[in-house]
Structures are given as structure tokens and as C-alpha cells.
Design a protein around this ligand. Structure first.
Ligand SMILES: NC(=O)c1ccc[n+]([C@@H]2O[C@H](COP(=O)([O-])OP(=O)(O)OC[C@H]3O[C@@H](n4cnc5c(N)ncnc54)[C@H](OP(=O)(O)O)[C@@H]3O)[C@@H](O)[C@H]2O)c1
Length: 214
């Protein structure tokens, strides 16, 4: 699969390493231009290249976005129609500035991103896992039930299935928390499942427990 990545930091670069290792093709970008990523691309090998953000969007069947949430409005709005977008961003007001709709709970960060990207099939994912765990805990030798969980949420069932497949390709198991409006909320910083090191079975139990509390 062709994956365009926006953001080449802790999460974006490690996701790129894992996707390439799993046999996918990657174009990775940041705000400063593809030339600043030459060293990373050299490390990643022939299945990776760097580019500007627009070219990474254009390249990907799936576009993986991993930037400080406060910068989301700088992303191009064109080119996302029909594309599956993985949103790994989190809202940290100290870093991102205060965003009223998030502070008053009227929406979620993934819904804000989705509204900015017309036609994008947004799946929230990879946002609850610490980058060091992402880098080290994937294990394709394990049965799905015993793998470390990566939570996903979204409104497009088919898009979620594609993202779940990518998660499995890199040695994790996808656990679905629901639609963006509810799952997106339950995956936010300080939620019950945020940064928890859980197997898929433990994660599914916790989601069930959480829904019983509602
Ligand atoms: N760190 C974690 O363990 C972790 C875990 C889960 C989720 N997250 C979330 O994932 C996102 C990324 O976190 P991170 O730790 O990977 O951040 P990071 O290491 O600071 O990297 C951020 C990346 O985003 C790029 N970027 C910034 N503004 C951009 C823009 N306007 N357009 C394109 N690229 C832009 C930066 O490139 P330039 O340097 O060129 O600007 C950099 O490559 C955040 O929302 C974070 O909350 C982080």
C-alpha cells in the first residue's frame, strides 16, 4: 500500500520505519521540506522517499498525519477527497494553544481535522500509544489477541478495516472504540485507555467496562 506521512517526528518517523519494514511504500513530509529528511529516507531504504506535504498527500492511498494539533489548519484542504486519513494527533493546550470547541467538549480533535479536510475518511489511531512503545512492541509472531493494542475510531467502516490491516501488518492489534464522536473522545489524553500498555483482549475488556459506566 502507498502511505503518505505528514510529520516526521517521534510518531511519524517510527510509523514510517514500521510500514516500510512491513513492505509498504512511504512518502514522508514535514513543514520544512523533503530535503530536511534525507537522512531518514536513506535509513528507510528504497521503499521510501521524502517530499513536501502536498506530494505526500497525493502519493498516499492512506495519509498518516502526525503533527502538533495546533498546526492542523496549515494543512492543505485539497487532495484528500476519498483518501483514508490516519489521525494520530492529540490536543495539548500548552503546546497547541486553547481551542474553544475542544475545551467546551462540543467536538473532538479528529472531527476538527475531518472538517478541515473535505472528503477525507478520517480514522483516529496511533494517538494513544507512546512512540517508544510503537517503535518496540509490535510483534507479528504473536496471535492478535496477545498483541499490544492500538485503538482506532472512525465513521467509515471500510476505512477502519484498512487501518486495522496496517496495524496488524506492523505487529499490533487494532481495537475499535467506535465513531469519531464517541471513540475519538475515549481516546483523548487522560482518558481511561490513553497510553495504557494493553493486549487486544485486555483493551477490548476495558472498552466494554467503560461503555457499561456510561
Ligand atoms: N510522542 C508520542 O509518543 C506521541 C504518541 C501519540 C500521539 N502523539 C501525537 O502525535 C503528534 C506528533 O507527535 P510527535 O511526538 O511525533 O511530534 P514531534 O516529534 O514534535 O514531530 C512533529 C512533526 O510534525 C512536523 N510538523 C509540524 N508542523 C507541521 C506542519 N504544519 N506541516 C507539516 N508537518 C509539520 C514537524 O516537522 P518540522 O520540524 O519540519 O516542523 C515534525 O516532523 C502530536 O499531535 C502528538 O500529540 C505523540
Amino acid at each position: 500500500m502507498k502511505i503518505g506521512i505528514i510529520g516526521a517526528g517521534n510518531i511519524g518517523a517510527n510509523a514510517a520505519r514500521l510500514f516500510v519494514k512491513a513492505g509498504h511504500l512511504v512518502t514522508i513530509s514535514n513543514s520544512r521540506g523533503g530535503d530536511t529528511l534525507n537522512e531518514l529516507v536513506e535509513e528507510l531504504g528504497d521503499n521510501a522517499q521524502s517530499a513536501n506535504v502536498e506530494a505526500a498527500v497525493d502519493f498516499g492511498d492512506v495519509v498518516f498525519i502526525s503533527i502538533p494539533l495546533g498546526k492542523y489548519q496549515s494543512l492543505p484542504t485539497n487532495g484528500f477527497n476519498g483518501k483514508i486519513v490516519i489521525d494520530s494527533n492529540n490536543y495539548y493546550p500548552d503546546r497547541d494553544g486553547f481551542i474553544e470547541e475542544l475545551d467546551n467538549g462540543s467536538t473532538t480533535s479528529s472531527e476538527l481535522l475531518a472538517a478541515h479536510l473535505p472528503g477525507a475518511r478520517v480514522v483516529k489511531g496511533f494517538n494513544t500509544i507512546w512512540f517508544e512503545h510503537l517503535r518496540t512492541l509490535g510483534n507479528t509472531d504473536l496471535p492478535l489477541a496477545d498483541r499490544r493494542a492500538i485503538f482506532i475510531a472512525g465513521d467509515d467502516t471500510e476505512a477502519k478495516a484498512v487501518v486495522a490491516g496496517l496495524i496488524e501488518d506492523i505487529g499490533f492489534a487494532a481495537v475499535d472504540t467506535g465513531f469519531l464522536s464517541e471513540g475519538g473522545r475515549s481516546q483523548q489524553p487522560d482518558s481511561l485507555i490513553y497510553n495504557k500498555n494493553l493486549t487486544a483482549v485486555e483493551a477490548a475488556d476495558l472498552i466494554r467496562y467503560e461503555s457499561l459506566q456510561d
